[in-house]
Design a protein around this ligand. Structure first.
Ligand SMILES: Cc1cc2nc3c(=O)[nH]c(=O)nc-3n(C[C@H](O)[C@H](O)[C@H](O)COP(=O)(O)OP(=O)(O)OC[C@H]3O[C@@H](n4cnc5c(N)ncnc54)[C@H](O)[C@@H]3O)c2cc1C
Length: 385
């Protein structure tokens, strides 16, 4: 058993940490205020190889995937990026963990050669369209449809809550190819953003991760060649769920990053803010909040790395990734709440980052399966349902 990152992962951590400190600190505040993602940030991190961590080297990836460390590398990187900017963090997480990992695992050689080099280089940004207005937790009831017409499929329907939609160059889309079946009637496709009939519609005004654009995406007679179908007809739901096992590890990393920012900022503040003639860090009530944050963050990180390691080694990790996401997201929310408390009135002010962390943390308990869903997944695994 080894609790240390190896040399390559340590180097990657340093690269991501420096990038976040130099390129994201100011951008994170700006994006939160303007509610506009700065796409140059993604292009720059891609130049460092950070967009291709889950992609094989022969398709332009940075080599971690080939060494069985793709998900671990993604975790190391996402923790550092999210520690400074959760909007950039979710953009990268969807790109790597939901789009690129999916195509790497389930795409044909031709599809991978066509798309993955552009994902690794950052020429293309990826999005993932599963949710709809009527189907969130119950994703298997989606109604967006894809009907075969010659060598094409024609997609009609609408998707909701799609991260990165206005900037995405390519979308994974889950659509119904057989109305007689429920989950076995769903098929996965990738759809390039410039295809006729694909329209990015209403943008949500959000509580947190405001720099990341979340939009409705409409498909109106959107014609897609059968060559863009991923896997066989009817396998889409299986692909979606399998991909979420990896995606949830990415969201665990996001939560660990946000939680760590809260711990570090609250620790530093408690040493400088004085009341009753001494730093508030001297008060046991404050120390206990910091101690609990540190303990739960460490536990979250270990759950996250275990799930990432299992996935990298091709072992089942459905319950383990649900545990990592659940524990890390609840920890991040408690850490953010306590960080605001330690900052007192200043914690409630936009002058300090903890106010943003508090808003950003909230989403980690909702997307890629709510906390209730993670508990259902874990319980099913226990009970053998
Ligand atoms: C900012 C943001 C970004 C997102 N990005 C994407 C994206 O890129 N792609 C994408 O496809 N989706 C995305 N989503 C959608 C997200 O995954 C869903 O919001 C989430 O899965 C929950 O679905 P819902 O909102 O429909 O809630 P609902 O399913 O309506 O759930 C409402 C409540 O009911 C509870 N509930 C539902 N069913 C059960 C049950 N069986 N047992 C117990 N409790 C239950 C839930 O836990 C929740 O508390 C995003 C959402 C947000 C807010």
């Amino acid at each position: 058993m080894n609790f240390q990152l190896n040399e390559e992962l340590t180097l990657l951590q340093q690269t991501a940490r420096e990038f976040a400190a130099n390129e994201l600190r100011a951008a994170a505040r700006r994006m939160d205020e303007t509610e506009e993602f700065e796409i140059e940030v993604f292009k720059k991190l891609a130049e460092l190889g950070l967009a291709g961590l889950t992609i094989p080297e022969k398709f332009g990836g940075s080599g971690f995937y080939d060494q069985g460390m793709g998900n671990q590398a993604a975790c190391v990187t996402l923790e550092e990026i999210n520690r400074i900017c959760a909007s950039t963090g979710v953009t990268l997480s969807v790109h790597m963990s939901l789009f690129s990992s999916l195509l790497t695992k389930w795409g044909s050689e031709e599809q991978k050669a066509r798309v993955l080099p552009k994902m690794a280089s950052g020429e293309w940004l990826g999005a993932y369209c599963l949710s709809e207005a009527g189907s969130g937790t119950d994703a298997g009831s989606l109604v967006c449809e894809a009907n075969k017409d010659g060598n094409d499929y024609v997609i009609n329907g609408s998707k909701l809550w799609i991260t990165s939609a206005p900037y995405a160059d390519v979308f994974i889309v889950f659509a119904r190819t057989d109305k007689a079946q429920k989950t076995r009637g769903i098929t996965a496709f990738f759809v390039e953003a410039d295809r006729k009939g694909l329209k990015v519609a209403k943008k949500e005004k959000k509580m947190g991760i405001r720099g990341s654009a979340t939009c409705e995406v409409l498909f109106e007679d959107c014609r897609v060649p059968a060559a863009n179908r991923i896997g066989d007809e009817g396998t889409g739901f299986k692909i979606a769920l399998d991909t979420l096992d990896g995606g949830r590890v990415g969201i665990a990393a996001q939560a660990v990053g946000i939680g760590r920012a809260c711990l570090e900022e609250a620790t530093a503040y408690s040493k400088t803010r004085e009341q009753f003639g001494q730093p508030i860090a001297n008060f046991q009530a404050v120390q206990w909040m910091l101690a609990d944050m540190a303990m739960k963050l460490d536990a979250s990180r270990m759950l996250m790395y275990r799930a990432a390691w299992l996935r990298d080694n091709g072992k089942p990790c459905t319950a383990e990734s649900a545990m990592a996401k659940l524990f890390a997201s609840e920890t991040a929310n408690k850490a953010a709440k306590d960080a605001v408390q330690i900052f007192g009135g200043n914690g409630y002010s936009k002058e300090y980052n903890v106010e943003r962390h508090f808003r950003d943390a909230r989403i980690t308990e909702i997307y890629e399966g709510t906390s209730q869903v993670q508990r259902i997944v874990i319980a099913r695994n226990l009970l053998g349902d």
